[in-house]
Design a protein around this ligand. Structure first.
Ligand code: BGC
Length: 756
């Protein structure tokens, strides 16, 4: 060892020692106290000292992330990764999620590597670590930002105890095509709602102190526009105008970055000819220069390698150069940085500065997480045991599941079910345990869930439930129909639990038809023919096209995949213990052929209006209405709400001022209930065309039977802004409409003019 290196290592040891003397338990440290130790200048200084001691190989190691190979049945660590960790060539691990196993790996990094830089452990904690909350699309249907933040923070606490410091969430991809399976992981179709939820999730995961042992660093994904693949097929090409990108698709990512998210993940897709992972415009111009993001960017799984089949790189070496030049800091699983960065540097195709800056960004996050101060604090069997499935987390899961459910239809007050009713419980999902958790259920154990059948028996009494499966989710086997029909005949009301398997949504789970498989539809038809009232409970990871089924039902409830406490929550809703309040975060088309269908559409030059006589040369379908089955924002309650016309503080709004909007809502029905009041605007004439409606505010309010309350909104200049003809962001004077109501297709309106 050279004398210089020995000196450096001694200096390194001193640095680490002093780091270790920082307060370890930041849970008790106040925010300002914590920031004293973790504020930017201090971190920058420490990062630079560490960087100055690192070899090129060690630097590249910090830019390398490998999967441990751990899966739910046990670890299957590839020995090479252990060797890479030992050699300082792998600084980050994902998919390892147990305190003991993660501690073992951390020990290798801390005791057997020259630089002793702690590993960073990542995992897809999407809607819970072990206590599983509803899928994100379901949580979005609650429109309850506080609850969403709470579930994210509970997920973070469980994950952090299991040895994870980094979650690959929130997914901020706007999705307007329900064929795409990953709509289940996001907040739906709307940039305003999506942005609010993205920020709430980041706050939930990260808390106010990243260095706390109950928080994890968030990863905003998939940057960018992954939710708009052609034909809804996962990983497919995205081609869209920059205006649409900026007005619709970018806002939720930006909101998450503004909320302080520490990391961002590239998306798999091609965007306007340049795959995101090689896209300098996205990763550097927008993310870093425009938005000031100072965390690190990780690729999606082997996304650098995939630049080759995309046809933008001849080989993986070229791909690595493209990604590094674009501003991508860490290679997830592909090993391309590890193989080629050294050579690329020698050849002058990447610069030392690019590599150093990437390493700086990674180290900065490790410092902010407090890993240098105490590399082991995240691995706690005790804490994991205490938090996992704790009473508090389970009650959050139950409440979030109740709030996520959307009452789509309820004729003749079929719901709530009445006391003493004999209930036939039918359908392929009625007694399924596994599906309740949905896709990406992390370390969640489906074996602890109650099924809908069990929860209904608890809620309504075993003697009142007659169960018959009826059929499988797909296929042609009708042998269970007769028993199901007989159960219906011997009951007062039928509850059918239909929909999708958990595996039909999530990654690589696109569907070309989003209807109910024909066997389920036929079963419904057979039950409908008995003449008994039929309630359909849907479990699905996406909006479904139900034009055939809706008329055969008396009531319909969308339950999504509701999580660990989903079944008891469903029983609470069906019994009326909880009055449903969810609203759709995504439009339900009538048929798949209407896709993409979303409320915030443009008007066209030949808009079709239903009224009047036949309108041939209009923007319409020949045999299908333009309107959806269930609109964005739709969701009924067991009670009813009436809205006054919105009142404005002025009808002539001066540039720069804020418009105050209010409306009075009255609970006109027979139950106490929660309503989500929604505010939309329309900019009537612009230098570029504007959508017919845009959500700009919402309020969740609880109203007792007969009670009235006034909701208040402020519309700022920012709310009225868009990317104008010259692509600048701002407002334009002119006429606007304002709408307030309980769904995007059920509003009262008024108008104002924005004057110079
Ligand atoms: C998914 C990401 C996920 C990553 C790591 C990828 O296939 O697209 O969303 O975070 O795997 O598991």
């Amino acid at each position: 060892m050279t004398q210089k290196l020995t000196m450096l290592l001694t200096a390194g040891a001193v640095l680490f020692l002093s780091s270790c003397q920082q307060p370890v338990n930041n849970k008790v440290a106040k925010k300002d106290e914590a920031s004293k130790y973790f504020d930017e200048p201090v971190i920058t200084h420490k990062v630079d000292s560490v960087l100055s001691m690192m070899t090129l190989d060690e630097k590249i190691g910090q830019l390398t992330l490998y999967s441990s190979g751990w899966d739910k049945t046990g670890p299957s660590m590839n020995e090479n990764y252990i060797n890479d960790i030992k050699a300082g060539k792998c600084g980050n691990i994902f998919n390892a999620f147990s305190p003991d196993y993660n501690r073992k790996l951390q020990k290798i990094a801390m005791e057997q590597t020259r630089m002793k830089i702690p590993l960073l452990f990542g995992y897809d904690v999407i809607h819970g670590q072990k206590t599983i909350f509803p899928i994100p699309l379901g949580e979005a249907a609650s429109w309850d930002l506080k609850s969403i933040q709470k579930t994210a923070s509970a997920a973070a606490a469980e994950a952090a105890a299991a040895g994870i410091q980094w979650t690959y969430a929130p997914m901020c991809d706007i999705a307007r095509d329900p064929r795409w399976g990953r709509v289940s992981e996001g907040a739906g179709e709307d940039p305003y709602l999506g942005s609010k939820i993205a920020a709430a999730r980041v706050h939930g995961f990260q808390g106010t102190d990243l260095a706390s042992d109950t928080t994890v660093v968030a990863c905003v994904k998939h940057f960018a526009a992954y939710g708009a693949p052609e034909a809804g097929r996962d990983y497919n090409t995205v081609d869209m105008s920059e205006r649409k990108l900026r007005d619709v698709y970018l806002p939720p990512y930006k909101a998450a970055v503004d909320a302080g998210a520490g990391t961002v993940m590239t998306s798999f897709n091609d965007l306007n000819g340049v795959p995101a992972t090689a896209n300098h415009f996205l990763m550097t111009d927008i993310l870093r220069k425009e938005w000031g993001f100072n965390g690190f960017v990780v690729t999606d799984y082997t996304a650098i390698n995939e630049l080759v089949p995309h046809g933008i790189a001849k080989n993986e070496k070229d791909a690595a150069a493209l990604a590094m030049n674009a501003g991508v800091d860490m290679d997830m699983q592909g090993g391309t940085y590890s193989k080629y960065l050294k050579e690329l540097l020698k050849e002058g195709r990447v610069t030392q500065q690019e590599i150093d800056n990437a390493v700086r960004r990674v180290l900065r996050i490790k410092f902010r997480l407090g890993l240098f101060a105490d590399p082991y604090k995240y691995f706690s069997n005790k804490r994991e045991k205490k938090l996992t499935y704790s009473k508090y987390h389970m009650s959050l899961a139950r409440q979030m599941a109740r709030e996520s459910m959307v009452l789509l239809k309820n004729d003749k007050e079929t719901l709530p079910l009445k006391k003493g009713q004999r209930i036939a419980l039918i359908g392929p999902l009625a007694n399924s345990q596994r599906d309740l958790l949905g896709s990406w259920h992390a370390a969640g154990d489906w074996k602890i869930n109650k099924t809908v059948k069990e929860a209904m028996e608890d809620q309504f009494g075993r003697q009142n439930i007659r169960y018959a499966k009826g059929c499988e989710l797909r296929g042609d086997n009708r042998s269970g129909f007769a028993a199901a029909v007989s159960a219906a005949r011997h009951s007062d009301v039928v509850v059918m639990v239909l929909g999708e398997s958990a595996e039909w949504s999530g990654e690589a789970a696109s569907r070309a038809h989003i209807n109910l498989p024909h066997i389920q539809s036929e079963l419904l038809e057979a039950i409908h023919k008995t003449g008994k009232p039929v309630v359909v409970v849907l479990m699905s990871g996406r909006p479904l096209a139900l034009d055939k089924e809706v008329p055969m039902t008396d009531a319909m409830l969308e339950a999504w995949f509701p999580g660990t406490e989903g079944a008891p929550a469903l029983a609470d809703v069906l019994s009326g213990k909880y009055n449903p309040s969810g609203k759709l975060p995504m439009t339900f088309p009538r048929i798949t052929g209407q896709i993409p269908i979303y409320y915030s559409a443009k008007n066209t030059g030949r808009p079709y209006t239903k009224t009047g006589k036949e309108q041939k040369y209009r923007s319409r379908y020949l045999f299908t209405p333009n309107t959806p089955e269930f609109a964005f924002g739709h969701g009924l309650s067991y009670t009813t709400f009436s809205y006054s016309a919105p009142k404005l503080s002025t009808t002539k709004l001066e540039m720069g001022d804020t418009l105050h909007v209010s409306a009075t809502i009255t609970n006109t029905g027979n139950y106490d209930g929660t309503e989500v009041a929604q505010l939309y605007i329309r900019d009537m004439v612009g230098s570029v065309t504007r959508p017919v409606k845009e959500l700009k505010g919402f309020r969740r309010i609880f109203l007792k039977k007969g009670e009235s309350k006034t909701v208040h909104f402020d519309l700022t200049m920012n709310d009225l802004s868009f990317h104008r003809k010259d692509m600048t962001w701002g407002t334009e004077p002119g006429d606007f409409k304002v709408f307030v109501g309980g769904a995007s297709d059920d509003v009262k309106e008024t108008a104002f003019t924005l004057v110079k």
